[in-house]
Design a protein around this ligand. Sequence first.
Ligand code: F6P
Length: 365
Amino acid sequence: MKKIRKIGILTGGGDCPGLNAVIRAVVHTACNGHGIEVCGIIDGYAGLIHKNVRPLIPADVSGILPRGGTILGTSNSDNPFQYSELGPGGVREHRDVSAQALKTIEYNEIDVLITVGGDGTQIIADRFFEKHGLPVVGVPKTIDNDLNGTDVTFGFDTALNTATIAIDKLHSTAEAHHRVMVIEVMGRYAGWIALEAGLAGGGDVILIPELPYRIDKVCDKIRQRTASGKRFSLVVVAEGAKPEVGELVVARKVNDASDPIRLGGIAAKVANQIEDMTGIESRYTILGHVQRGGSPTPFDRILASRFGYHAVEAAVSGKFGYLVGLRGTEIKTTPIKEAVAVPRRVKAEDDMVRTAKAVGTCFGV
Ligand code: F6P
């Protein structure tokens, strides 16, 4: 087995709290534990395409553990296999520039690439591994918690905390004004943030993409609460929630983007429908990117550090094409291909769904 002398690390896709903790753990484990050099790729795969790489030594990662964001920068629009550029006449064209990215790897003498990212980042990593034999090790990140190969992604716990704090704050104002408060949380096509923040914050209604809802059932629940003397209600809605009959609410479509659908706005629709159908004053809040920011929770700092440490150990033992992940209390590896084959979504029979129902939460079904 070839001796590993240098590890490259990149952070790709939407940022989330804990990225810096992974970078720090990778640098310390590699440099101090194994005498391996580390370099950071700037702005995700864009750095490979544009030869933007910097050395990382332990001094560079000092003090970054509690910081949100990523010291390396990130990008969710630079797929080397389908790179989008303005061509002649201002028309957008897609080209395969993976050879250019591989040249950057070769030039910088990177033996293994650690890719810290969600499904988009890992699908690209797996393509480099399968098609070009590039040694890669994946680290699962996303606030959406929708990756397989791990029980939980880092970043999720922090987003969940932020969303729960927001629900708690809305609770008191809802109660004071006898209103319905609708809060929209992120998660793309997975309902984990809505489900868990809704359960933690005591949401009366939780709407998630996996369980298409009926607005009449939501209104029935609110009326029942009013009839029983509860003069306010909290509705937690995932940005990707969808009515049984009807469409997703899309904030914007950007045709040339890697993910052309920007979700957002369902909270306004739901709040207005509730007000119209029940006559109870309703307001909405869209939490948005605040869920991606800030200092990681202790859980995320620890998980991200463990992932970083184990990613280096996997690299050293030649376990390429794998993703590190949390299984129970242990860190295990899963082939990236398997982890990204299907997204991890909430199941109707999930214990948290059953628990939420048992404590009186309505899913609009
Ligand atoms: O995947 C993380 C996430 O925050 C989703 O929850 C959300 O739909 C999306 O990214 C927003 O992406 P952007 O930062 O491109 O607006």
